[in-house]
Design a protein around this ligand. Structure first.
Ligand code: C2O
Ligand code: CU
Ligand code: CU
Length: 521
């Protein structure tokens, strides 16, 4: 039996603004020098519980992760990554100890093409052993970077593989057993972009950092000294760690100066446990062009995009008539609050102050459009998902959180928690399988499978919305929902080394909501 606590929560405007609004340095405040004004705005927010449409503190320009195209060595493209410790200032006047890749925080964007042979040297200069997993890549299990491919302190891991999948938006992050959440939180994560003939020849925005913008969302907590506060208290493990401060590519409420007419945003939810319901303040439409595994067939017009931890999507915003205007990207989380809890439409104990509000993410300031003006192609590609008429195996997965709230709980898939020494099942190489994921716990879970892309057959027996009709590797499974996935396991066989499947709320993964499968001949 599950017991529930009812905790009353008031949105605290300081949480919403991602900053103590009374301590904002004048130079960066949008309410320059109006301390009196700020006080009354804050007071009004406390009283009314309303949310500002504009956050007062901004780190400034949106940082763009450096693009790493590697060096060509014969037929191989060689990339070098060094995992390292550093410091970075996120909050004014505070230095935060961080981890990063080739720099103090986050990592460069790796870009390679389909058909290329890639070798990556990952040097671990951190004080702890870790791993680097290539989330989204279709590669041999031994190269996957899951919890079995540890990189000891001071050593270099050298995975190499041929890129065999279509153009897609992937990412890399640590995956050490039981410590993924903590290592990602400290700052290790980066994009891994794959291009191909189709993506290169289609008329799409594709100038990296100019009209093709990677954006990673991560929420963090800081202590009084400005250090990251990753707590693994019981409650946070239960719901997933959520931060009061939203970092966008490592910056708080940044601004991107857009000069292009069409802007392509490659969005990644790189957070531990928070999901975002993205949209623009003025209700502007945008078009989704790709899911995690690449382009969808036709652009999908949307006003909202729900992105769970681990999920990615590419959208295009049309700024041709928008010169001189600002577009404010927000998370309309209040609209999706009810998804968080089985019994409480207000999210119960699974919601924090941000979840119950609509909070600002970043701003796009549109300068006089200098970029080439063009229409998005109306047709992007043709997809051929596996047919559910030719299925070799159907497997069922039940996600659950067991035990009374307030005590240690078990995070399980099919009644078992992760065991590094247990292979849960083997998939026959080249076979097509249906995986039926059923969530019987009282909160939603993003379910991720390593090594492959899948297609969502249905949710509760019903076809999915157009924005989910594409190749994916992570899928949000709502409370009391059953989602059926179909995939072909075109992966090299390896009877010993497994791939993972798990919940991408990192604290749930670390607590055991994960399993392992091998691919065999
Ligand atoms: Cu991004 Cu196994 O995870
Ligand atoms: Cu993965
Ligand atoms: Cu979960």
């Amino acid at each position: 039996m599950k017991t529930r606590l009812s905790v009353k929560r008031f949105p605290d405007p300081r949480l919403v603004w991602g900053q103590d609004s009374l301590e904002i340095p004048r130079s960066v405040s949008r309410f320059k020098g109006r301390g009196f004004f700020r006080f009354w705005i804050a007071a009004c927010l406390v009283l009314v519980g309303c949310v500002p449409s504009e956050a007062p503190f901004s780190s400034g320009e949106l940082p763009i992760p450096p693009l790493l195209e590697g060096e060509k060595k014969g037929d191989t493209r060689l990339f070098s990554l060094e995992l390292q410790v550093g410091t970075k200032s996120f909050l004014p006047g505070k230095e935060t100890p961080t981890w990063g890749v080739n720099g103090p925080f986050l990592g460069p964007t790796i870009r390679a093409s389909k058909g290329e042979k890639v070798e990556i040297h990952v040097k671990n200069s951190l004080p702890e052993e870790t791993t680097i997993h290539w989330h989204g890549l279709h590669i041999p299990a031994v190269m996957d970077g899951g919890p079995h491919q540890t990189i000891p302190v001071g050593s270099v891991w050298k995975p190499s593989f041929v890129i065999q999948q279509r153009a897609s938006l992937n990412w890399y992050h640590p995956h050490p057993h039981g410590k993924t959440g903590e290592h990602v939180y400290k700052g290790i994560a980066g994009f891994f972009l794959i291009e191909d003939q189709v993506s290169q020849t289609l008329d799409l925005p594709k100038a990296y950092g100019v009209d093709d913008i990677p954006i990673v969302l991560q929420d963090k907590n800081f202590d009084a000294e400005g250090r990251f506060k990753y707590i693994s208290g019981h409650m946070e493990q239960m719901v997933g760690v959520k931060g009061r401060h939203l970092l966008v590519n490592g910056a708080i409420f940044p601004v991107f100066q857009a000069s292009a007419s069409l802007l392509r945003l490659r969005l990644l939810n790189g957070s531990s446990g928070r999901f975002y319901n993205l949209g623009f303040e003025g209700g502007q439409e945008f078009r989704l062009i790709a899911t995690e595994g690449g382009l969808v067939e036709t652009p999908v017009a949307l006003k909202r995009l729900l992105l769970a931890p681990g999920e990615r999507a590419e959208i295009v915003i049309d700024l041709r008539q928008e010169a001189g205007k600002r577009w404010l990207l927000k998370s309309f989380s209040s609209e999706t609050l009810a998804l968080l809890d089985r019994d409480d439409p207000k999210g119960g104990m699974h919601a924090d102050a941000l979840d119950s509000t609509d909070f600002p993410v970043m701003t796009f300031e549109v300068s006089t459009s200098k970029g080439r003006s063009f229409d998005l192609p109306s047709r992007l590609t043709t997809l051929s998902p596996p047919s559910d008429k030719k299925v070799d195996e159907t497997r069922r997965f039940v996600l659950d959180i067991k035990g009374p709230m307030g005590s240690k709980q078990d995070f399980t898939i099919n009644d078992a928690s992760m065991d590094m020494g247990r292979i849960d099942f083997s998939v026959k190489r080249g076979s097509t399988e249906i995986w039926e994921i059923k969530n019987i716990s009282d909160m939603p879970h993003p379910f991720h499978i390593h090594g492959i892309s899948f297609w969502i057959l249905d949710r509760q027996g019903k076809p999915v919305a157009p924005y989910e009709r594409g190749w994916k590797d992570t899928v949000f499974v709502h409370v009391e929902e059953t989602v059926r996935l179909i995939a072909t396991f075109d992966l090299p066989s390896d009877p010993k080394i497994p791939y993972m499947y798990h919940c991408h709320i990192l604290e749930h993964e670390d607590a055991g909501m994960m399993g392992q499968f091998t691919v065999i001949d």
